[in-house]
Design a protein around this ligand. Structure first.
Ligand code: THU
Length: 130
């Protein structure tokens, strides 16, 4: 299954999203993209605010697109900066991503491919609410 993932298309989509970033305060553009279990690719960029703490990370906006276009589970994910370098999602965004990650979720990191368990071990999730 992982062999079928078109990482070039995902990276291209993330880079394109990063170009639409609204980040006048940090000057740090972020773009991300994910492959959904029905074959869609969804993406997002960071959107900052004069009230700094209200900044929306690229991943938040990507999840908005995920649900606005029909929902589903995330199969593969990549996040990049303005130099087209792969970066890691922040801690909050790892929590957001794990809520919608498929069992086979895989992320490209600066150190290679990783699973959700690798990047957010012992996560709090919906099962903890049972
Ligand atoms: N940022 C993201 O969009 N995603 C992350 O996972 C890390 C941080 C954004 C937030 C802020 O606009 C900028 O990067 C600098 O922190």
């Amino acid at each position: 299954m992982h062999e079928d993932i078109d990482w070039t298309a995902l990276r291209y989509t993330a880079v394109n999203a990063s170009k639409n970033s609204y980040s006048p305060y940090s000057n740090f553009s972020v773009g991300c993209a994910a492959l959904v279990d029905d074959g869609r690719i969804v993406s997002g960029c960071n959107v900052e605010n004069a009230s700094y703490g209200l900044t929306l990370c690229a991943e938040c906006n990507m999840l908005g697109e995920l649900f606005a276009t029909g929902g589903g589970k995330l199969i593969a994910f990549i996040c990049v900066n303005a130099f087209e370098e792969v970066i890691m999602p922040c801690g909050r965004c790892r929590q957001l991503l794990q809520e919608h990650a498929s069992k086979s979720f895989i992320i490209e990191t600066p150190k290679g491919m990783a699973t959700m368990e690798d990047i957010l071990p012992l996560a709090f999730n919906s099962e903890d609410l049972d």
